[in-house]
Design a protein around this ligand. Sequence first.
Ligand SMILES: C[S@@+](CC[C@H](N)C(=O)[O-])C[C@H]1O[C@@H](n2cnc3c(N)ncnc32)[C@H](O)[C@@H]1O
Length: 282
Amino acid sequence: MTSVLAPVNAARPVTPLGILAAELAELTEELDAMGGVELGLRVRLRRAWELADGLDPYLDLCTTPESPALRELARRTAAEDWSRYAGETPVEQEMLSGHVEGQTLKLLVHLTRARRVLEIGMFTGYSALAMAEALPHDGQVVACELDPEVAAFAGRCFAESPDGHKIHVRVGPASDTLDALCAARDRFDLVFIDADKAGYLGYLEVLLSGDLLDRHGLICVDNTLMQGQPYTSRASTPNGAAIAAFNGAVAADPRVEQVLLPLRDGLSLIRRVDTPEETPHD
Ligand SMILES: C[S@@+](CC[C@H](N)C(=O)[O-])C[C@H]1O[C@@H](n2cnc3c(N)ncnc32)[C@H](O)[C@@H]1O
């Protein structure tokens, strides 16, 4: 595998924890610079900053390392100048899910014994490749991506991975791809939703009301904490409002059972419980 050493751009914080750590770092610096602030207060603030700042690196350290192909894909994504991409919606390196979330998805694919995975929102393919690595040799990931240039970037990375052949990319609006997959009577064991936030409720409805999701299928949804916007008083962006509405609708939906894990920017796991054959475990 080639590894051209291009400069890697620093990612800005885009998770509640990352934003909290950056905020505490700034406060600590400001307080230290002020002078005259009681030592005990500065020590406590530094401790709070350490607790927030050290968690993600520690999770990385304790998680199974990523494959060389995933590491290279992440490096290339960080080195790319995304501002020159002129697709329908802006793309940026911070969209990539990364090591710990990728490994979580791999474990979920293993645990559910999934053979067919649907990804809605692929970007440069980190999560698609992570899930593909956990599939058997004849398993498939169907990955939806709106932006053809981004899809081509991902395709070049997949070509260099021993698991890339399992990924089938569908370029275009995910809603069109879902319609086509429904019409073809396709079916998936695991679905990862990680595209336009305003589309989340629509994607979920297609999955719950049609036959696209296997009876025992699992739906994983990314960014359901949306930088903390749904639970903090700070003004919400359209994405924050869309996620708050999505989370509220899921919580009120009797057809599903779910948990929102505080992993990175929030990962919700959802399963359908309204199947007639359902028999609860004793
Ligand atoms: C957050 S990124 C996906 C990150 C990826 N899952 C990963 O883990 O690295 C969201 C992607 O969804 C794509 N997208 C946005 N709207 C879409 C739509 N309506 N249909 C398909 N893809 C869309 C964007 O172009 C972007 O590449």
